[in-house]
Design a protein around this ligand. Sequence first.
Ligand code: ACM
Length: 639
Amino acid sequence: MKKRSGFLFCLFISVIAFGQDNKSGLAIIPEPVNIVKNTGVFFLPKNITIEAGSQPELKQAVGNLKNHLSVPTGMHVTVTSSAPAATVRLVLNKTENAEIGKEGYQLSVSPKQIVIKANQPAGIFYGVQTLVQLFPKEIESDTIAKNVKWEAPCVQITDYPRFGWRGLMFDVSRHFFTKNDVKKYIDDMVRYKFNLLHMHLTDDEGWRIEIKGLPKLTEVGAWNVKKVGYFGTFSPPAPDEPKNYGGFYTQDDIKELVQYAKERFVNILPEIDVPGHSLAAVVSYPELSCTQGADKYHVRSGEEIMDWSHGAPPIALVDNTLCPANEKVYDFLDKVVTQLAQLFPFEYMHLGGDECPKNFWEKSDAIKALMQKEGLKNMEEVQSYFEKRLEKIVTSKGKKFIGWDEILEGGLAPSAAVMSWRGMKGGAEAAKMKHNVVMSPTTFAYLDYMNGDPAIEPRIYATLRLSKAYQFEPVPDSVDAKYIIGGQANLWTEQVYNMRHAEYMTYPRALAISESVWSPKAKKNWDNFSQKVEKHFGRLDEAEIKYAPSMYDPIVNVSSAADKQIKIELSTEVKGLDIYYTFDNSFPDRFYPKYTEALTPPKDAVMLRVITYKGDKPVGRMMTLQIKDLQQRADKKSE
Ligand code: ACM
């Protein structure tokens, strides 16, 4: 008997193109520019051939695809440099296709063959990421998956990114993450076509990169006392507590990471955060401070060092700044920048500039003398003087200077690019001055914020829900789009102690950001996206990447009502969920009252418990809200 060929089952009966309201049933994130779905499917044969030419830059794309097609499926995969009839062809265009640019690709899945074409290896790599998302979720598993129909729908996809800068920032200073952790972070981000890893390498809690000739940065500056609890409220380290928590990357580690990232088409942007956030450097070399007594300081272990009660800039309780009036500081920074420029091939270098307290500078005679000499009128101009000198150092090493939007205050250095974090305003202002801008506003792109309600999330001072992150639009109205070179989301790690939690905070919000920086604006659609995210939860489960399921947990809105009562309104971020609740301390399920209208707690009730269901399946987590906490929320709101 002739063996059944799956190919015959795939008939090209009709061709459907999908626009903004994508009902293709596909769940590709980020949404491609154009999908044409044909009827029928491609069945993965038992013996698979991948044709991939001989370019070494295709190694990751081929290896990645081979693993996916063989490990969970048990199929046999052969890679060959030329085989026009291969199961999967990865083809670099001989004649450039201008539409898809440097990172785009065309993917064709037909009954007989899969073909990915691109102008550059990066495009092939991204085409592979999309292709993997067309197969069942088990393709993400690293063990054999049984009873899976290994098929992909027949499609024609043309795809390319909206922005060249698609970033995630990983703060490896507040908590140190090992070289292997960083590799894992890169492996995960490229699934969603991010191409830039911003490493926040220095802060008050640790200096994380070896600088030759400045050994104390890593002998002293990389270590503090391990504390857990709520960061910012920890007890100050006692003299007998060992400072053995932390770590740093040697220059060989950095070279390895840069190479690892490059093979996956990721640039690494290094950040040295100065002149504020510099306590680890000051403790290592106290002569860099304007303040007498800095030699008694220690690397921060999460105790309070800043008073934010008056707003920004904060009042520092210890002087965590480098001294702009001290020539030694510029010699130090020249050494650091020179070595960074040699280690990181990326064209930009980030020199921080955020949240620099000025209260110690105000008291410093050296700063007063500098102001007089340079005609500087205020502390913002002092910082601007520092930033302009730093910009010169950076450009003298052949790099472009980028900093947080505070570098606008007191006058922006001539060639500086701005990373806008305090909303979009600073970025818009810089773009109007014809400076390049990367948007990473707290309002949409801060991954350290809680994923949902404080009753269930590890507590941070702010919340960023997935639906809000999805609204991230990097180009503000009235700004020339050409100055907005991209966008990124930032994972600060004051409260992130390990990789699993780093993943929880990153996903799925990074998926929302990936659509904001890759997909055409007109293709974005929350309902479609949230359905795709549900499918990606399954894929992330298979890949054992942790994520926050918070989009299933109710949104709680409390307000004051008559007679000192409170009114509790519950809603959900995604459609099609039911909320069940109880005030009697027991655990609600779908046989409990269903939420239909605002609730008022019974007189002596102590807690409200809620859970969401999709049909007969619980999808949200059991949330317990203390009535006294809800009362406080209402009081705060009506203040
Ligand atoms: C920042 O979040 N301080 C840049």
